[in-house]
Design a protein around this ligand. Structure first.
Ligand code: NAD
Length: 532
């Protein structure tokens, strides 16, 4: 059977069979993309023997100390699986990646050129459905990275009580090398594969943005899914992180960065953290370095800056910017957007080996770029008291254990960057209910509060000013409800992590993972064992 052809030239989306015929006659090698994104930096940070991303996730889960190379500073702690008390049988099921889709498809780049693109989607756990996780566009994408990220998503959803299983997707190409219309073709063609193989749908698997993708790509994904599923009234829920006009929710764009802010703010208030770090509980005046100035890093920096912290360093893949007096986040963002680099911005020091910005003195370090940025080669130079993992997998297990042994507070990725999936969950709920949050109740709440205020005025013998009245009766807008739901979620998850860390006498990463494993185990056990 010939697969459906979605669109023909000039923005050609090819049916698999016709495309392959044409590609055989005209096939060209994919361009040799630069690998600046992480390989070089990873080599500066990690020893050869340190595990890759998937190996790191497995290490945190259950790898025993004998599996690791012995080093004198390495403190070996029991890993999460052991502490969780969950049976070996359940643990094996929780750890395994459930399903993996690996595709190669041709895309027409121009009238004379087709290239073959590789894409992946891994569904780590389907103990809850749909599965959920971002799609990454990067020439560094490979299957082990996608599987690692999918596993992390399962644990992350459990940590913040979002009722999804974990998944992740990746397309191996550097989006910076393609025009918008080429990217649209690649995105739609990848989505077609997901549709045909039943790897996408509001009740099956729901992608979201990750490195190299954003609202625009999510919009293309939804539109393509709709073409294949015109009868699906819930089609908008097949992907999250969409523009508002396409069913997105207000607050999703900044959600991960805002969650990072809420999480670190919460940890700062824990007396144990204050004792470990010598810091007081306030955000104001804290010095912060952020590595990675994309979606997550920009918004995290902005929320810290707006709340009185001093952003003294910002790292990017080409150069980093440093100013001990503090950097104006909005101004440097504008400069970089216009000029493509921090170079030439104000009086900041430009650091040409960008990774070294993380070695500068600061209270809080926020890696928000990619995995494996802190390893055995650079971990001893890290001076921050708190390391908040906004990126997924930014440090290796040996680096983690070293920092823990030195009394540093590490707020782990599976907890700290869960704001994105939390608000994705809100977006999915909005899509399934087909109504904007607050639409049915806002005016009703305002009318009720107004009546109450009138009674208060009568009893108090004074009328409120219009401003005072407005401040009290104002009914919540959608973004305010989203922010409040996110804040509540992050506070709850941080508190649960803290409680387990102190009950089990372990670090915060292990504690978050223990909580996740126990919750997943409860769901799988209580649903019966027949399909395990
Ligand atoms: P992004 O593509 O918007 O931003 C990444 C930024 O990091 C880019 O500006 C890039 O130039 C920079 N960068 C790349 N390599 C670097 C290096 N070696 N040193 C310094 N900077 C470098 O991606 P994002 O969505 O902000 O994601 C960042 C991290 O956060 C990833 O690990 C991702 O998996 C994780 N994350 C993202 C979300 C989300 O909602 N977007 C949610 C949870 C976790």
């Amino acid at each position: 059977m010939v697969a459906p052809i979605l669109r023909r030239a000039p923005g050609t989306l090819l049916s698999t069979s016709s495309a392959l015929l044409r590609v055989h006659s005209r096939k060209v090698a994919a361009p040799a993309f630069s690998r600046f994104l992480s390989t070089h930096i990873t080599n500066l940070a990690c020893e050869d023997h340190e595990p890759g991303f998937l190996g790191s996730v497995e290490t945190y889960f259950d790898r025993k100390q004998d599996d690791m190379v012995s080093r004198e500073e390495r403190h070996v702690y029991p890993r999460a699986a052991k502490i969780s008390g969950v049976s070996e049988k359940s643990l094996a099921g929780i750890k395994a990646v459930d399903s993996v889709l690996s595709v190669k498809f041709p895309v027409e780049i121009d009238a004379d050129t087709h290239i073959i693109i590789e894409g992946y989607r891994a569904q780590h756990s389907r103990h809850r459905l749909p599965t959920k996780g971002g799609i990454r566009f990067s020439d560094e994408v490979d299957l082990q990275e996608v599987e690692a990220l999918a596993s992390l998503m399962t644990f992350k959803c459990a940590v913040v009580d979002v009722p999804f299983g974990g998944a992740k997707g990746g397309v191996k190409m550097d989006p910076k090398k393609f025009t918008a219309s080429q990217l649209e073709r690649i995105t739609r063609r990848y989505t077609m594969e997901l549709c045909q193989k039943n790897f996408i749908g509001p009740g099956i698997d729901v992608p979201a943005p990750d490195v190299g993708t954003g609202p625009r790509e999510m919009s293309w994904i939804m539109d393509t899914y709709r073409q294949f599923n015109p009868q699906d009234v819930n089609a908008a829920g097949c992907v999250t992180g969409k523009p508002i006009s396409q069913g997105g929710v207000r607050g999703r764009n900044e959600a991960t960065g805002l969650g990072v802010y809420f999480g670190i703010r919460e940890f700062l208030q824990f007396p144990e953290v204050q004792k470990m770090t010598g810091l007081d509980g306030k955000i104001a005046g804290k010095t912060v370095i952020v590595q990675g100035f994309g979606n997550v890093g920009y918004w995290a920096a902005k929320f810290f800056h707006n709340n009185g912290a001093k952003i003294i360093g910002i790292g990017e893949h080409d150069v980093s910017a440093y100013d001990p007096n503090g950097i104006d986040v909005e101004a440097i963002f504008k400069h970089r957007t216009e000029k493509g680099s921090f170079r030439g911005y104000g009086n900041v020091e430009i650091i040409h080996e960008p990774i070294t910005v993380m070695e500068r003195e600061c209270d809080i370090l926020i890696p928000a770029a990619l995995e494996r940025q802190i390893g055995l080669k650079n971990v001893k130079k890290i001076k921050a008291k708190i390391i908040g993992e906004a990126a997924n997998g930014p440090m290796t297990p040996d680096a983690h254990d070293y920092l823990v042994s030195k009394g540093k507070v590490i707020i782990p990725d599976l907890l700290l960057n869960a704001g994105g999936v939390t608000v994705s969950y809100f977006e999915w709920l909005k899509n399934l209910s087909h109504v904007r949050f607050g639409r049915m109740s806002r005016k009703w709440e305002e009318a009720g509060k107004s009546k109450l205020l009138t009674l208060v005025e009568e009893n108090a013998g004074r009328l409120l000013t219009p401003q005072e009245r407005r401040a009290v009766i104002h009914g919540a807008e959608e973004h305010e409800l989203v922010y409040s739901g996110l804040e509540d979620t992050m506070i709850g998850a941080c508190e649960e992590t803290r409680a387990t860390a102190f009950a089990k006498n372990t670090d915060f990463r292990t504690a978050a993972l223990v909580n996740a494993i126990q919750k997943i185990s409860t769901v799988t056990t209580q649903s019966g064992q027949m399909f395990l």
